[in-house]
Design a binder for this molecule. Structure first.
Ligand code: ADP
Ligand code: MG
Length: 245
């Protein structure tokens, strides 16, 4: 961890109608840091991720990425999106494209890379997530765990400065969770900046530098995993942990 801030949210507020989903959220993520966000369903974790990527506009406050304020639209926004990869619960692969094509598409279409170069890099990313042998198959021919690993390779293909994960293993059969978490753990060890919403407390304990606990749109507490799991301070966090551990 270098300590230099890459993602900074200051006093961020967001409403859905009367619902105050993000309440005065302050969060700073350093380059190379792995922040795991946990909290009950409906607490605003997905909205937080979507706000960082500007998939969701905020009502007040500011979000900066790598020293720049989040652009509202246009080419600057497209560039920002390519710098912040996102991996969702549902893998969102293109069903009618092969695994290799799924990974090459963004680099060629958005980044303007030459197909030959993009193909070579896509293959090495598929290698990295342990799926190179499936390159010519279609998503439906792969297991959920394999598809999610492809989705991670696809996000990496854009050479992002940070990756956001929103419950990346929640849709998977239990026996496939480990293979996806292993890939994420290896990215974390390699110094990728990551914000990970997950219910996988093992991952939080072993891979996170910091755990952030959210409830009702607020960042209720944040601490190192060791400190948070041994000694949660708020009643909300104690209650949450007592239900899931
Ligand atoms: P989490 O990911 O922690 O489960 P979300 O960020 O998805 O929470 O949702 C936070 C709250 O905002 C929930 O009450 C949810 O129902 C509500 N919400 C999320 N998206 C929308 C939307 N597009 N319109 C209205 N309400 C929404
Ligand atoms: Mg969610």
């Amino acid at each position: 961890m270098t300590g230099e801030a890459l993602i900074v949210l200051e006093n961020v507020n967001k409403w859905f109608g009367p619902l105050h989903v993000l309440q005065d959220v302050d969060l700073s993520v350093a380059r190379g840091e792995v922040v795991v966000v946990i909290g009950p369903s409906g607490s605003g974790k997905s909205t937080l991720c979507r706000a960082i990527n500007r998939l969701e506009p905020i009502d007040s406050g500011s979000i900066t990425f790598d020293g720049r304020k989040l652009p509202a639209e246009g080419r600057a926004l497209a560039r920002l999106r390519s710098e912040v990869g996102m991996v969702f619960q549902s893998f969102n692969l293109f069903a009618h494209k092969t695994i290799l094509q799924n990974v090459m598409l963004g680099p060629v279409k958005v980044r303007g890379e030459k197909p030959a170069a993009a193909r070579e890099r896509a293959m090495s990313l598929l290698e990295r997530v342990g799926i190179a042998s499936q390159a010519d198959k279609f998503p439906a021919q792969l297991s959920g765990g394999q598809q999610q690993r492809v989705a991670i390779a696809r996000a990496l293909a854009m050479q992002p400065k940070a990756l956001l994960f929103d419950e990346p293993t929640s849709a998977l059969d239990p026996e496939m969770v480990g293979e996806v978490l292993d890939v994420m753990t290896s990215l974390a060890k390699d110094g990728m900046t990551m914000v990970v919403v997950t219910h996988e407390m093992g991952f939080a304990r072993h891979a996170a530098h910091r755990v952030v606990f959210m409830a009702d749109g607020q960042l209720v507490e944040q601490a190192s995993p060791a400190e948070f799991f041994a000694n949660p301070k708020s009643d909300r966090a104690k209650d949450f942990l007592s239900k899931i551990l």
